[in-house]
Design a protein around this ligand. Structure first.
Ligand code: ADP
Ligand code: MG
Ligand code: ZN
Length: 480
């Protein structure tokens, strides 16, 4: 990044669907995945004369987001009609908030390799979602189930400077929204979507360049790739003396490129006008304080607590809290083992690897994983056996300690027993012994593997290695 000609200036507009049971202005269900057009009514379809009523829960969740992100909450804010034509918007306007958002002036702390920075959040407003277009061959169908699903739009200041930082911001935002139960943030289902605004300027410049906006990115990887591509594209344009045009672009994931969609609209294009069918939204000081007391421990605080309480690395703790369910799982098991660091390793590197697609439906309970870490930590089994036991737990529940006893899986830690096996391995593999003595240290692995095989995979690998190093040392003949 350092040999770049220009500095990137990036601001994100993130849409998150709120976890309400019903829509923002009617009582239709918000459940995802129903038959198209089965969750609609005259209000969310915008029939003439239908009157919207604001869902209190949606406002509370939006305020909760504002509080978690350090915003000021407006005592009074208003809704506005944002007018545009598109087939997924039967009313031909979206009820949103223009000049008086519910929340403003917040921030988010973002950590990357480059360090930790505070990114300003300009505003959070509530609005309704539009429907969805379904393309089948030459035809396009409209599904209005999503019309009127409550959204918050979280707008960052143009404070981000790299693809990595933008994606770190988005991850942090997601973990806060999940932790606070504001949105389920399923990017693949569209309940969290991100628009990226990006411009370039010479390093040291205080003014902003002309920006483009890339719409509807639905994965962290796409956000990073789209930004990286756009930095390269705008750099090339600027170096050739061309100023990028202010436009809205789309990202084609297969090509890894962005393409122009339309000229960037300005707010004049939307002819915003105050929504006449809804009263202003009043929020009292008491409401705000009541909602503030219901906020859970936020991800940064939780990561710090987990790291301190269980001696975890900052990195492991931050991975846990990035997915609150992972942190919950860890905390459910952590009290049941003397080896919480081994529990984290089993969770993050083993269990997640086996159920990458859906880690939270894994049949392995937190206590079982904690028992495995205990057996490993106290030396009853080695890590190879622990991994085998984990595979068996994925197939069905069993008591790990009992299984170890019943099936004789305990680690062999008896020095004499290992010495005998090691000597046998050296007899059977004289070639490896010669190789090792001639400087091929990798030959040790063949000998260790032999003992592992002889012991049914149960040898204590650390003790075994020290025994081999002794047996193979140049002076071993004299000393024994
Ligand atoms: P609009 O009214 O077009 O949506 P906003 O002022 O609301 O514009 O800004 C939308 C997003 O664009 C914000 O996240 C903001 O940080 C970002 N942004 C604004 N100006 C720039 C710029 N010059 N370069 C990059 N991002 C920008
Ligand atoms: Mg905007
Ligand atoms: Zn409805």
């Amino acid at each position: 990044m350092s040999n770049q000609a220009f500095e990137a200036v990036i601001g994100l507009e993130v849409h998150a669907e709120l976890l309400t049971a019903t829509k923002i202005f009617c009582s239709c269900s918000t459940a995802f995945g129903a038959e198209p057009n089965t969750q609609c009514c005259p209000i969310c379809m915008g029939y003439p004369g239908a009157m919207p009523r604001l869902n209190r829960r949606a406002v509370e969740l939006a305020i909760r987001a504002g509080l978690a992100l350090g915003c000021e909450i407006a005592e009074v804010s208003q809704t506005d009609r944002k007018q545009y034509f598109y087939p997924d918007l039967p009313k031909a306007y979206q009820i949103s908030q223009d000049e008086s958002p519910l929340c403003k002036n917040g921030f988010l702390t973002v950590s990357t390799k480059e360090g930790t920075r505070r990114v300003a959040i300009s505003r959070i407003h509530i609005e309704e979602d539009a429907g969805k277009l379904i393309h089948r061959g030459a035809h396009t169908f409209v599904d209005c189930n999503r019309c009127g699903v409550p959204l918050i739009e979280i707008v960052s200041a143009p404070d981000l400077r790299s693809p990595e930082e933008a994606s770190a911001y988005l991850r942090k935002l997601r973990s806060i929204l999940l932790t606070c139960g504001i949105s389920d943030c399923r990017m693949q289902e569209g309940s969290l979507r991100c628009d990226v605004n990006i411009s370039l300027r010479p390093f040291g410049s205080e003014t902003f360049g002309v920006r483009t906006e890339i719409k509807n990115l639905n994965s962290f990887a796409f956000v990073e790739k789209a930004i990286a591509y756009e930095i390269a594209r705008q750099t090339e344009a600027l170096l050739q003396g061309n100023v990028p045009i202010p436009e809205t672009r789309r990202f084609d994931a297969a090509a890894g490129k962005t393409y122009p969609m339309r000229a960037k609209e300005t707010s004049v294009d939307y002819r915003f006008l105050p929504e006449p069918d809804l009263p202003p939204i009043w929020v009292s000081e008491e409401d705000i304080e009541r909602l503030r007391t219901t906020l859970p421990e936020l991800p940064d605080a939780r990561a710090l607590r987990l790291a301190q309480a269980y001696g975890l690395t900052v990195y492991d703790a931050s991975v846990l809290v990035s997915e609150p369910q992972l942190a919950d799982f860890f905390e459910a098991g952590a009290g049941k083992t003397d080896y919480p660091k081994l529990l984290v390793n089993l969770l993050l590197s083993e269990l997640l690897r086996h159920c990458a697609s859906d880690p939270f439906s894994s049949p392995v309970s937190a206590s079982r994983l904690a028992e495995l870490s205990q057996l490993m930590g106290e030396g009853t089994v080695n890590s190879a056996t622990a991994k085998k036991l984990l595979l068996r737990l994925l197939d069905g529940d069993l008591d790990p300690r009992l299984t170890v006893k019943r099936e004789g899986l305990a680690q062999v830690r008896d020095r004499e027993q290992l010495l005998t096996l090691a000597e046998r391995a050296m007899e059977e593999q004289p070639r490896a012994v010669t190789d090792y003595r001639n400087g091929k240290s990798a030959a040790l692995r063949a000998l260790q593997g032999k003992v592992m095989a002889l012991s049914g995979g149960r040898a204590d690998p650390i003790l075994l290695e020290s025994i081999f190093l002794e047996l193979l040392s140049p002076h071993s003949d004299e000393t024994r």
